[in-house]
Design a protein around this ligand. Structure first.
Ligand code: BEZ
Length: 211
């Protein structure tokens, strides 16, 4: 099954480095970032997991729970976490799913056999509190991901949900945002007291509402 944006993501029960996880229950009312790694004790993954541990306060601030996945068992994860903490100057502070049986990897389509046989590629799933899929991303094993970019996407998604704005090309926190097409310019002027600039009838900009 290919997961598509807007789908409710499948539930699962799986072991992790922090005990068994019943996914939907564990996610609760939070957003979730679920991301896979080819295997334990691999160099690019080691750097990625360290970066995510350092960024954990940023995910917490946005009400996002972090869940990694690797197709090795929980004992292996525990040894690898020691290495990550030692080499990346961090403390891994989130669970890593122990997906040795590929249950979650298969459910979420994380194994792309023509790219990497029997191991997961670098998949990312951002899931909202209604358990709906809001972003997917697939990177090859040889390219580490950009986690600040994933925080930027979460900020954009949360702005859209909370204020009915979208974010333009290369948007970053504090930049002007776009009024969504479903709102008329008149309505937008009421809704966004900081002002609305109508560049074209379909292109209306407003200062970021929550700044
Ligand atoms: C890595 O995480 O370093 C890696 C894993 C599989 C293939 C290439 C790189």
């Amino acid at each position: 099954m290919t997961l598509q944006l807007g789908d409710v993501v499948p539930d699962f029960q799986q072991a992790s480095s922090m005990g068994d996880i019943s996914f939907h229950e564990w996610a609760g009312d939070s957003w979730v970032i679920l991301f896979s790694h080819p295997a334990d004790y691999t160099p690019v993954c080691t750097t990625e997991l360290g970066e995510v541990a350092r960024l954990k306060p940023e995910f917490d601030k946005r009400n996002v729970k972090v869940l990694a996945l690797s197709v090795d068992d929980a004992e292996s994860h525990k040894g690898w976490i020691n290495d990550i903490n030692e080499t990346q100057s961090c403390s891994v502070n989130y669970p890593i799913l122990a997906d040795g049986d590929r249950k979650v990897s298969d459910l979420y389509g994380m194994i792309h056999p023509n790219s990497l046989n029997n191991l997961t590629v670098r998949s990312v799933f951002i899931i909202d509190p209604q358990k709906k899929l809001r972003l997917t991303l697939t990177y090859p094993a040889s390219t580490g991901r950009n986690f600040p970019e994933l925080l930027r996407v979460i900020d954009s998604l949360q702005l859209t949900d909370n204020y009915q704005v979208a974010t333009p090309v290369n948007w970053k926190e504090g930049d002007d945002v776009v009024v969504v097409p479903s709102i008329s310019t008149e309505e937008a002027k009421q809704k966004f007291p900081k002002g609305v600039t109508e560049v074209k009838p379909y292109l209306r900009m407003t200062p970021q509402p929550n700044q």
